[in-house]
Design a protein around this ligand. Structure first.
Ligand SMILES: [Zn+2]
Length: 54
């Protein structure tokens, strides 16, 4: 499972990840090029972080 989130939705992304996968989330900051092409899963802001299990 992969969740992209902006600064405002990092907490929400982490909570959702733990609730759905029951595993420990790893938060990764996206590269500059990924930030430009990725949107937050919760709003229209650019994605800054990826929540995933590896
Ligand atoms: Zn957002």
């Amino acid at each position: 499972m992969r969740i992209y989130c902006c600064q405002n939705h990092v907490g929400q992304g982490l909570d959702e990840f733990v609730a759905k996968t029951e595993s420990y989330p790893i938060l990764t900051e996206l590269s500059e090029s990924e930030k430009l092409s990725t949107k937050c899963d919760y709003c229209e802001e650019p994605g800054l972080y990826l929540v995933a299990d590896k």
